[in-house]
Design a protein around this ligand. Sequence first.
Ligand code: ADP
Ligand code: MG
Length: 206
Amino acid sequence: MTNSTALLPNLILAVAKTIETNADDLTALDQAIGDGDHVTNLQRGIQALAAQSEALSQLDWQAALQKIGMAVMSSVGGASGSLYGTLFMAMGKNLQNRPLTIAVFAEVFMKAVEAVKQRGKAERGEKTMLDVLIPVAELLLQNADQPEVLEQVKQTAIAGADATQNMLATKGRASFLGERSRGYIDAGAKSSQLMICAIVDVLTAT
Ligand code: ADP
Ligand code: MG
């Protein structure tokens, strides 16, 4: 398995594909308990990244992650833009100049998820993308040395997204609905899960 930034064009393509394939379902979720723009928000970011994917693949991981964070921050919009932007920028900042092993990634990803929690003033259990990001970060930290950790990441991400279905939203637009927010998976949790699974599939295929 290679782990250089040469993977980035394939990773960006895989993320674009999964969001495109699941666009109708994701939009339906954001329409049910949000404002319906989540997919178009994400696709603006994906297009911005696709346009610079070759340039990104020439950088080291720290510079690439920070550039990705800035592009996401300035193109995505919505709550998810600043949160996903924060995630990538914090990953780049915390990586410093270290080579990207799974153990280093686990530490850096946990710090980045902490930054997202602070930015959105949210915790696990509030029916947001954090219900996927936090359990995945914890799993990675605890099992970074296990060969099957990436397969477990997929299962954990899916379980995290599914678990939002019965939660009461207490952050983001869905929180305006109170009890009526129950019964739907959170769109941001679902998009996080889909992107994580697409990334793992690329990593395990190379
Ligand atoms: P907006 O809500 O501004 O329309 P999006 O539709 O792009 O933005 O993204 C909505 C998603 O953002 C939600 O489904 C949720 O997962 C996530 N989200 C919203 N607020 C927060 C928050 N404070 N912390 C973490 N995630 C949040
Ligand atoms: Mg929305």
